[in-house]
Design a binder for this molecule. Structure first.
Ligand code: HAM
Length: 420
């Protein structure tokens, strides 16, 4: 019997896993510098948490959630995103009692029943960040700057920052009305989903991927022309900080995002080059009303999530993050040399140095082939002659330099020291 992974899910293993680890540690390092602390929330939550926050008329809630009754008949959902669970935790654990702003980051799998394609999976990983308790544009700019620094740390190039403001509960009704008026004589040309969206939330039409709807919305009113005074001031403040920070960005007035909880600032980091039609590597925005809607105190908030698979795909194409192999490989000939190599390897490993050995009865040739494949820095060759003379040959596989060293001196060999 042959088992395969489910459609739209995937295993992550070497060498890709090294890119994943590099991304995760860069996130931890950069986000910590901005005062973000890790939070771990469950993968399963009560379904309501997502329907209420993401919104009944969104694609995620309408079509993509892994929802099932548990054995007691409660409706459970595998989290399709991380913001709603973090908000739930923030309120449930009274984290708002700590001095504001409170900043958290998380990473882990999310689940959406989407049609799998390049850059789109049913189980995918996000690294996300959420900050609670500050409304001023400074936090928005700080978040963008943090994301930029993180991407630069990974040497990611050619990424675009797209920003928008989608207003607040004061100005949104006016904009929705303008959209409804605009689409009122185009309803028959819209897809069936957008016909429903027209009634429940015309903003969602701006997010539709159907060609006919994209065509029909070309001259739709732009949200940035319908912002109230406060939202306009906020958006302008945000942009002037981005300019001060020398962050290039474009305003994308059609970016309404696929989730309903957003207010004011929204943003996406996109890549033209590597991701086919799934261009967004990271995305987020403000959600100033959500904590209160979930029963917490009024708390402005903002966050984003990075799509790990998409980021890793770009890094793979850029050939970055490739793992370095073991520092040393001991190729041995005969059982005595094998034991000697094993003992020296153990000494080096105790110092935290990555060492590999030959196994089985592999010939010297095949051991050297393996050392090469593993991308070892140094190979040490030990046989009976070396044991007798107490000196072994080493070779640096990177620059082909070679030499000899006393067996006893190997643990102190300069080339094997880990970089500080
Ligand atoms: P989102 O735009 O739904 O936002 O997802 C964020 C990122 O996750 C996307 O830009 C993309 O890179 C990745 N992503 C989404 N769906 C998939 C998929 N099926 N396969 C692979 N990657 C995917 C959110 O999830 C919000 N919670 C972000 C946020 C945090 N807003 C405020 N705080």
């Amino acid at each position: 019997m042959k088992y395969n992974a489910l459609k739209g899910v995937h295993d992550i293993f070497p060498p890709d896993i090294y890119i994943w680890q590099k991304v995760e540690s860069a996130a931890e390092e950069v986000f910590s510098a901005y005062g973000f602390q890790e939070i771990r929330v469950p993968i399963i939550e009560a379904t309501d948490i997502f329907t209420r926050s993401i919104g009944e008329t969104t694609d995620i809630v309408e079509k993509e959630m892994y929802t099932f009754p548990d054995k007691a008949g409660r409706s459970i959902t595998l989290r399709p995103e991380g913001t709603a669970p973090v908000v739930r935790s923030y309120i449930e654990n009274h984290l708002y009692n700590q001095p504001s702003p409170q900043k958290f980051f998380y990473s882990g799998p999310m689940f959406r029943y989407e049609r799998p394609q390049k850059g789109r999976f049913r189980q995918f990983y996000q690294i996300g960040a959420e900050a609670f308790g500050a409304a001023e544009p400074k936090l928005d700019a700080e978040i963008i700057s943090m994301l930029k620094l993180f991407l630069e740390r990974l040497e990611l190039k050619e990424l675009n920052f797209e920003v928008n403001s989608i207003g607040c509960e004061k100005c949104r009704p006016d904009y929705k009305k303008a959209l409804s008026d605009f689409f009122s004589n185009k309803i028959s040309g819209l897809c069936p989903d957008c016909n429903r969206r027209y009634i429940h939330n015309p903003l969602r039409i701006l997010d539709c991927k159907v060609d006919a709807c994209i065509e029909l919305r070309k001259n739709a009113p732009q949200v940035t022309n319908h912002l109230c005074g406060d939202c306009k001031e906020h958006f302008e403040g945000f942009q002037s900080l981005l300019k001060l920070l020398n962050i290039s960005y474009v305003i994308n007035p059609n970016m309404v995002r696929g989730l309903d909880y957003y207010t004011r600032t929204t943003f996406e980091v996109t890549s033209e080059e590597h991701l086919g039609s799934q261009k967004a590597v990271a995305a987020g925005g403000r959600y100033d009303r959500l904590v209160e809607e979930f029963g917490g105190p009024p708390t402005p908030a903002i966050g984003f999530a990075i799509g790990m698979e998409r980021l890793v795909e770009i890094l793979r194409n850029q050939n970055s993050g490739l793992h370095s192999g073991p520092k040393a490989f001991f190729a041995t000939i005969g059982p005595k040399a094998d034991t000697e190599g094993f003992l020296i390897a153990e000494k080096l490993r105790a110092k935290g140095i990555n060492v590999e050995l030959g196994y089985g009865d592999a010939s010297l040739k095949s051991q050297l082939r393996r050392a090469d494949k593993l991308k070892a820095d140094y190979v040490f060759i030990i046989g009976d002659d070396e044991l007798k003379s107490g000196r072994v040959k080493w070779k640096n596989l990177r620059d082909s330099s070679q030499g000899e060293i006393g067996i006893e001196e190997i643990p102190d060999f300069k080339g094997l020291r880990n970089q500080p």
